[in-house]
Design a protein around this ligand. Structure first.
Ligand code: NAD
Length: 367
């Protein structure tokens, strides 16, 4: 037994779950294991005050379980605030599957994962995230109704990424309006880091508007495809953060704004799709503000995807999805203004509004 090997004092020091740096009063954390399919997953349910915890499943080759746990804690918390600020009646949840999506994902593994989701009786509803496709969600749908982001041919709202990209585009325009006095992105130098499902769709909007777009990705083949398709420039340097640019759009993984990068960043605006862009919200949010860099909070501007999948639960149409997503422009401007007036970081201003909505509902529920 572990307790025989590690003294209780040492065990306390480790605090494996509730003492994690990223633990923020999460309601429930579910560890899922299945030997036959090789499934190792963690479902994080952060908060269900506003509704069932909805958030995608990420499959990633994490270096270790700590990294996976940290990711699911951060991501599920982010979903709580994303849905709250977007006005959706949803709580925050997320799942991670530990493994390589290219080589280890099988239909049997996805079905087994779906069974674990089903065992939560709708408290957690899944969708796609990095490493997942609508087809994977269709597979999960075979064993549970608690899944969104399924194919349009199967009655779902389809791939959420184009709508996410559209919302990011709206948020970026609002941030440009705030910083430059105009939301026109023509001739702006914009770096898109990560040209996957969302990043590529964002590139298309930016190119259509006449922006000068530079792209970076780990996948060289895809970089060349995107360059040829949209006429953008492939980033050839060593350190994207130090480059002179108007707008930096992080669209790969989170925490790219950290102690190493934050003082190098020359961008005047940061607006992208990646979740949890600030490695440390308070500290890095504050430094960005001190440096005069306008940061459009990630959980606010990347909400298009959740708006899209929410349509499957609430049964609203494409027009309503677009209307709600376009509203990200107004909400972003309101938050940026409010941060300025109240002397807050933009992240804090957005969190305050989201928290207020949750607290109000909590008070109503307890009446
Ligand atoms: P994706 O897996 O399709 O694309 C990610 C891309 O980033 C890949 O092309 C990958 O090669 C690239 N990448 C990874 N590490 C990189 C690095 N260090 N430098 C440059 N490129 C790198 O994922 P996606 O669906 O486009 O999502 C992108 C981000 O947006 C994720 O953080 C995701 O959580 C977030 N997000 C996505 C949605 C959605 O609807 N898909 C919604 C909200 C938030």
């Amino acid at each position: 037994m572990v307790s025989e090997i590690i003294s209780s004092k040492e065990l306390k020091k480790i605090d494996p779950v509730f003492g994690q740096h990223s633990f923020d009063d999460h309601e429930q954390i579910v560890f899922c294991n299945d030997k036959d399919t090789g499934l190792k997953a963690i479902i994080g349910i952060h908060n269900t005050v506003l509704g069932p915890a909805l958030g995608g499943t990420r499959m990633w080759n994490y270096k270790n379980e700590w990294e996976a746990l940290n990711d699911v804690l951060r991501l599920s918390r982010g979903m709580t605030f994303k849905s709250a600020i977007t006005g959706l009646n949803l709580g925050g949840g997320k799942a991670v599957i530990i493994g390589d999506a290219k080589t280890q994902k099988t239909p049997a593994l996805m079905r087994r994962f779906g069974e674990f989701v089903h065992s939560l009786n709708g408290k957690y509803i899944t969708a796609e995230d990095v490493g997942m496709t609508t087809e994977d969600m269709d597979t999960v749908r075979e064993v549970t109704p608690y899944v969104t982001g399924i194919s349009e041919s199967k009655g779902g709202a389809g791939n959420p990424s184009p709508i996410t990209a559209y919302g990011v585009f709206m948020g970026m325009k609002a941030a440009a309006k705030f910083k430059f006095g105009s939301d026109v992105l023509e001739d702006k130098n914009i770096f898109v880091q990560g040209i996957g499902n969302v990043g590529e769709a964002l590139v298309e909007h930016l190119v259509n508007e006449g922006a000068n777009v530079t792209v970076a990705d780990l996948n060289q083949d895809h970089l060349e495809t995107v360059r040829d398709k949209y006429g953008v420039t492939i980033y050839g340097g060593e350190d994207i953060y130090s480059e002179a640019m108007d707008i930096y759009a992080p669209c790969a993984l989170g925490a790219t704004i950290d102690d190493d990068t934050i003082y190098k960043i020359k961008a005047k605006v940061i607006a992208g799709a990646a979740n949890n862009q600030l490695a440390e919200e308070e500290k890095h949010g504050r430094i960005l503000r001190e440096r005069g860099i306008v940061y459009a909070p990630d959980f606010l501007i990347n909400a298009g995807g959740i708006i899209n999948v929410y349509a499957e639960l609430e049964d609203y149409d494409k027009q309503e999805i677009i209307r709600k997503t376009e509203n990200i422009y107004n909400t972003t401007l309101e938050i940026l203004d409010s941060a300025k007036v109240n002397d807050l970081t933009t992240h804090e201003a957005a969190l305050n509004i989201a928290r207020e909505r949750i607290e109000t509902r909590k008070r109503e529920n307890s009446k």
